[in-house]
Write a protein that binds this ligand. Structure first.
Ligand SMILES: Nc1ncnc2c1ncn2[C@@H]1O[C@H](COP(=O)(O)OP(=O)(O)OP(=O)(O)O)[C@@H](O)[C@H]1O
Ligand SMILES: [Mg+2]
Length: 698
């Protein structure tokens, strides 16, 4: 790309020239000439004028707010160099975009070839460098060789400004602390008179204080814009209330058409699995995480930027500085670790200011996993905080804001903004979050979630079985939630999230809940469960055909072993009251049923989560749960004996007798009974059947 000439500024005496450089008209002209934008946004002009006047400035602007312009325009306003400290990816992208506009920018980093580096150094040493914006990584600043080069440029009076992009990385209070940023404190002592511009979208007051102090900024102008992103619609969906969160995600992405999207996951392996699952369902996507080599990462990024692929399934490694304006949806498939992280990541949607969405899938297991990780993760941050314990406490407090965002019924937007200390008028949202647009549905979801938690707490059991909340929301109808009794007795609950309908039957036998539903609703629900059963069975078969992700028998064996090891300890705690082998097989089977078709890492993470539960649950939780498993294993044994054609008729009679007695369904048809048999639902009914038909005992 040809170099664009700098906009000629009138040349009079030095003082007048200095002032002229800062006057609005001149700066707007530069903006139009180089970038084609009609005017400055928000506080851009204030920041630009401040640094051109030689003053330090701390600039807090929302994601996509246009922070880069605050140092790009000063670089074009007067001769000399603006040094931009930035993380690698973000810097490289910006340099590429600037070069395309004919602006002399370069990135000096270890990823450059030796030749390219020599060229840049020659230009810097020339006494009249053509480079206007020199991007570097914080690591480079820390090297003595580069600092002496900078000092040379500075003594020649050619260093106009030091811009620290993503400045929150300096602070261990921020969500993305990077030790290399800490070393930037040496800039002020080596280059005392150069104004420093710190830019971030992280608003925590502690971060601001940390940044200002670490960089030794002097009486900086503090500019803060509102963090509101009015063009983003915020929504939370509850994994524990969805039939199948993967299917829900995939359907959501498909329903939006061929749009550009980011899906964030917690773990690399989950990115790989989710990406391959989405690809299998026809979505153009790829995984991006730190486990891929540089070449792969660059190629995924290039393909996504150039629209060859539409969806990137990524860890947080896909992050800072990625400037694709038309991301229409950012999904979090796992809950992020803090509101700041969530804000930054979701903020990658709609940088073109057009309507966009943030969709977070919240799951109780994810929450527990994150709490576990954060409680162990203090050591990383302990450099700045007094102890590891304190540091993990801070992380957990930060995480709690995220939990409140998901579990609260109030406006999501308000919650985000208030977490950054903004006062928010009730009318601000204007129904641009699910809680404001569908308050009843959200309230109901939360009620259901409470029920799920209560059931788990009582019996160590897992989730309820309901149809997708999404469908209900999209259809503007009431959702199909039915399990709303808080005091539901869950004694015969099992942890299973299996999609085979056990949950339906389990829940049907919970008498407190039953009275709340009409027969038709219950039948409809059974029918849906039946459809799900067949649908899941089919997709399972289909997936299995192509399965490089398949979970092999040895893998399952080693998972059983893991569970057995954990169960042995539980066994001792519970005075040898449980069957280790039976329980291990049962728990492993559950993990497999739940995530077998989703891939290895989903499966492994479910196994890990079960092991964690075994090591952290209370004795009574363990007793309830594990005794239920043993009882259920016995019941299954009985089922095998019972499920012969001649016994089916008997079963049918039993079901008819038993269910009305329990005030549930007054009738079932043969078809549904067949389904019940296939779901092995009878195994759950059988213990109850004994009461009604003692002859069964024989
Ligand atoms: N005055 C303006 N008018 C219109 N568009 C602008 C203006 N200033 C910047 N932009 C555009 O807005 C987009 C976002 O800008 P930028 O990347 O600087 O945001 P940011 O604040 O650094 O966001 P993030 O925190 O996500 O890095 C860019 O595409 C940029 O070109
Ligand atoms: Mg930026």
């Amino acid at each position: 790309m040809q170099k664009k000439s700098t906009l000629p500024l009138s040349d009079a005496n030095a003082n007048r020239k200095k002032k002229e450089v800062r006057n609005k008209e001149t700066l707007v002209k530069l903006l139009r000439w180089h970038f084609g934008y009609p005017d400055f946004r928000g506080m851009q002009l204030d920041a630009i004028q401040s640094v051109l006047a030689g003053k330090d400035c701390f600039c807090l602007m929302p994601t996509g707010g246009g922070k880069s312009m605050c140092y790009q325009i000063p670089a074009l306003a007067k001769p000399g160099i603006v040094l931009v400290v930035s993380p690698l990816i973000g810097g490289e992208n910006q340099v590429m975009a600037l070069k395309e506009k004919g602006i002399a920018a370069d990135f000096l980093s270890s990823t450059k070839t030796a030749d390219a580096r020599v060229k840049i150094h020659e230009d810097l040493d020339s006494g009249k460098p053509s480079t206007r914006l020199l991007y570097v990584t914080p690591e480079l600043i820390a090297t003595p060789g580069f600092m002496s080069k900078l000092t040379k440029i500075y003594t020649r009076g050619l260093l106009n400004l030091i811009a620290i992009d993503e400045a929150h990385c300096i602070s261990s209070w921020g969500h993305d602390f990077r030790p290399s940023y800490r070393k930037l404190s040496s800039l002020r002592s080596h280059l005392p008179d150069v104004p420093i511009l710190a830019l971030t979208a992280t608003a925590a007051p502690k971060v601001q204080k940390d940044v200002v102090e670490s960089l030794r900024m002097q009486n900086p102008l503090i500019l803060k814009s509102s963090f509101n992103r009015p063009n983003i619609y915020y929504e939370v969906r509850y994994k524990d209330l969805l039939d199948d969160a993967f299917a829900d995600l995939s359907n959501t992405l498909k329903s939006l058409g061929d749009v550009c999207a980011i899906v964030y996951c917690l773990e690399r392996s989950m990115c790989d699995d989710l990406s391959s699952n989405l690809s299998q369902s026809g979505i153009s996507c790829a995984a991006y995480h730190a486990g891929l080599n540089n070449k792969m990462r660059t190629s995924v990024l290039d393909d996504w930027i150039s629209s060859k692929i539409k969806v990137v399934v990524a860890t947080v490694a896909f992050g800072m500085g990625i400037d694709r304006k038309d991301v229409r949806i950012v999904c979090h498939f796992n809950i992020p670790k803090s509101m700041e992280a969530f804000y930054q990541e979701s903020g990658r949607a709609g940088r073109d200011q057009l309507p966009s969405r943030s969709l977070l899938y919240y799951g109780i297991d994810d929450r527990k996993r994150m709490e576990f990780i954060l409680s162990k993760s203090g050591s990383k941050k302990s450099q700045a905080s007094s102890s590891q314990e304190e540091s993990s406490k801070i992380s957990l407090i930060a995480f709690n804001q995220m939990v409140e965002y998901c579990e609260g019924s109030g406006c999501r937007r308000k919650r985000i903004l208030e977490s950054f200390g903004e006062q928010v008028a009730a009318s601000l949202c204007g129904k641009t979050c699910d809680a404001c647009r569908h308050p009843n549905i959200v309230a109901r979801c939360l009620e259901d979630l409470k029920t799920v938690c209560a059931l788990r707490h009582k019996s160590g059991s897992s989730r309820v079985f309901i149809t997708s909340a999404t469908a209900a929301i999209n259809g503007e109808q009431l959702s199909e939630f039915w399990n709303r009794g808080e005091e539901a007795s869950g004694s015969e609950e099992d942890i299973s999230d299996s999609e085979d309908g056990n949950d339906v039957v389990n829940n049907l036998t919970r008498s407190k809940l039953q009275s709340r539903l009409g027969v038709n609703e219950k039948l409809a629900m059974l029918q849906r469960a039946e459809e799900n059963f067949y649908r899941n069975n089919n997709s399972y078969k289909q997936n299995n055909k192509v399965d490089k992700n398949a979970i092999s028998d040895p893998m399952r064996g080693s998972s059983r072993q893991r569970l057995q090891n954990a169960l042995k300890q539980v066994h001792q705690r519970l005075d040898n009251k449980i069957e280790v082998d039976t329980s291990a097989s049962f728990l492993e089977d559950e993990c497999y049923k739940k995530y077998g078709k989703a891939g290895k890492s989903f499966y492994y993470s479910q196994v890990a989560s079960t092991v964690r539960w075994l090591t952290t649950a209370s004795s009574s939780e363990l007793m309830n749960r594990l005794c239920a498993i043993n009882a259920s294993a016995e019941a299954e044994q009985s089922l095998r004996q019972l499920n012969s054609p001649s016994n089916r008729h008997l079963l049918w009679i039993l079901v008819q007798k038993m269910i009305p007695a329990m005030n549930t369904l007054v009738m079932l048809d043969q078809k549904l009974l067949r389904v019940l048999c296939q779901w092995k639902a009878v195994r759950l009914i059988i213990p109850t059947c004994h009461k009604y038909h003692p002859s069964l005992n024989s």
